[in-house]
Design a protein around this ligand. Structure first.
Ligand code: URA
Length: 210
């Protein structure tokens, strides 16, 4: 699982456990997802290259470091991916946002695309594709495929909260070049494609729907 990065920071693990509980309210689920996405974005941006710039403090001139002209786009897989965006923008406020709308056919569990909108100059951008649940991996693999075919970004990372072994396998087979960042790898999928033990339907829990 060399391209899978488990973000096992104690703060991430603590918040994830609280979110998983069935009695967590929409309010607290959303708040913790926001906090978790900020912490995870911090980890995902760890390898961003820095460049030197000359600045002047109130005391004297110095050489400081800033992120190297990075052109970043966050690409949300609708609708649950949107739950990650605000928290991530806390650490990368200038990132552009793209959306891919895919729904999972309940019979075949295969993804069907209904929306695709990206910022301009995608060929120059590093992209983080976000979706809280990497379950079968079919939606994530299809989203990354669309992204490669239609927008050909410079690089792609995938970030989720929970990954099932099946989803990791699908992604690794379809896109071995895409690193996966997750807060946990759960046991398995049930017959409806839900992650066990999981946290239920992420979209419903974020948006308070049923
Ligand atoms: N999508 C969800 O929201 N939850 C799962 O367990 C699997 C896919």
């Amino acid at each position: 699982m060399s391209n899978v990065h488990l973000i096992d920071h104690p703060l991430v693990q603590h918040k994830l456990t609280l979110m998983r509980r069935k009695e967590a309210s929409t309010n607290s689920f959303r708040r913790m997802l926001g906090e978790l996405s900020t912490l995870m974005a911090y980890e995902l941006t760890r390898d961003f290259p820095l460049q030197d710039i000359e600045i002047e403090t109130p005391m004297e001139k110095m050489t400081g470091k800033v992120i190297d002209g990075k052109k970043l786009a966050l690409v949300s897989i609708l609708r649950a991916g949107n739950g990650f965006l605000d928290g991530m923008l806390n650490v990368v406020p200038g990132a552009r946002i793209g959306h891919i709308g895919l729904y999972r056919d309940p019979e075949t569990l295969q993804p069907v695309e209904y929306y695709y909108k990206m910022p301009e100059n995608m060929g120059e951008r590093d992209v983080i594709v976000v979706d809280p649940m990497l379950a079968t991996g079919n939606s994530a693999a299809a989203a990354v495929q669309q992204l490669k075919e239609k927008s050909a970004p410079k690089s792609i990372k995938f970030m989720c909260l929970l990954a099932a072994p099946e989803g990791i396998k699908t992604m690794q087979a379809a896109h071995p070049d895409v690193d996966i960042y997750t807060a946990a790898i759960d046991r398995e999928l049930d017959s409806h494609g839900y992650i066990l033990p999981g946290l239920g339907d992420a979209g419903d829990r974020i948006f308070g729907t049923k």
